[in-house]
Design a protein around this ligand. Sequence first.
Ligand SMILES: [Zn+2]
Length: 484
Amino acid sequence: MNHHNQCLPLIAVLLLFIGMTACIDRPAEPSGPEVSASTTIPDTVLSISDLHLDVFYSSTLVDSLRKAPYREWAGIFHRLQQSGFGQEGEDTHYNLFASLLQDLPQKVQNPHFVILSGDFLAHHFLGNAEAAGMSLHESQDFLANIIRLIADQLQALYPNSVFVPVLGNNDSYCGDYKVTPNGRFLSDMVPIWKQLLGKSLPPTTFSSDFKKGGYFTAFSTANHQHRILGLNSNLFSKSYMESNHRNYCGSNLSWSEIQHHAQEHLDWLSQELRDARRDTAQVWLVYHIPPGINVPGALGGSSSPTFWHQSFSAPFVDTLNAYRDVISAQLAGHTHMDHFMIFNDDSGQASSFVHITPAVSPIFKNNPAYFLYTYDAQSTQLLDYTAYYFQGVVDATQTQWKEEYRFQATYAQNGINAQSLDQLRQDLEQNTTLRRGFRLNYSAQNTSGAYVPTSNNWSYFACALTADSTYSTSGGGCIELPQR
Ligand SMILES: [Zn+2]
């Protein structure tokens, strides 16, 4: 059949149906799988995590910033620039952040999405602010301005991108793991989040969802059938309910209050996924703290080394399994390392995955790194990523961010999905050369940290590549927990 120059309505509808938007003069596409391959619309996603921008390494800097409105801060940072890029084992000094800002446009011009998977603020922010003589109120204003500064400077690089920022455990007015549902921090962040999300905002529910619990839905501007749910997984984390972190705002929430807020969040997630399925949309989940095994915790002797409380990880994994046809990717941060976790269904089949973007902060003795993904804007499937890293913190002669590796070429997998990552997990068991490469990539080629994978402790890391709902007390059967 020759239809090169014809635009019959039925054919037009069929072409639209298979994802072509115009009836143009070109050879007829062959039928079969090649058609969907030919309709791939590659686009890019820049993923940056755990920025942990610090200022307390210089009292001169802190004093100058305190006296100035935040719109003058960039000039102050520039004027008071110290040499070097900070220290291994410390959070991100401004020079390191500035080098990232300088590097990014050289690597990507106009990413469709910029994922910021949490922890904008440095560790011990409120403690350091208190030691610098700030009242709690001043330190809260100060930290909000740090987040504004990061948002402004990144958005200036990519004014047309949809930013998807999620909250990390350090992003709070009340201390580490102390974000308060319906609190002042969440309302103060609303305009910053709205500015970053830009055109992707849904018309009505953003502010109420975000003020309530720090979560939201973003819509792709390239594909109306593509949504991103920004979760606040801090509410599910074990550290959120433990009292070993100081609450600068007063007393902690009770367990029943935490359960209430976490359940509200899980209910919201289910509702959003139901709506997405109804609208035949595909969804990515972005969050800071992943479920699954906390390997440094396990290696450090924790008797229950998981990031999330079992009360919330179990229903979460059930939800992932129930909506595996709707969820095409999950991206997270928090561990500061380069790895992934597979979620299995009840029959042991890989049903979903979360891919972890490593940190910019070198605090855990990793090299600073970030990912640039390619994805198919049509199907929303992740295709590949390039890892970039920076050695200048540990080696003063290395002042450029460089390509570290490419996923497809390094791991010989086609696409980033539950099946390809589960295959990679199995390959890492068999192939010692591949495993050695993975171990080096894990901390972006800096192996001086306390909890990097070695040939002796590999079983812990291998175990943590799977994150189903059964691991909480037993380690999923694959981590031999220390006897206490
Ligand atoms: Zn972090």
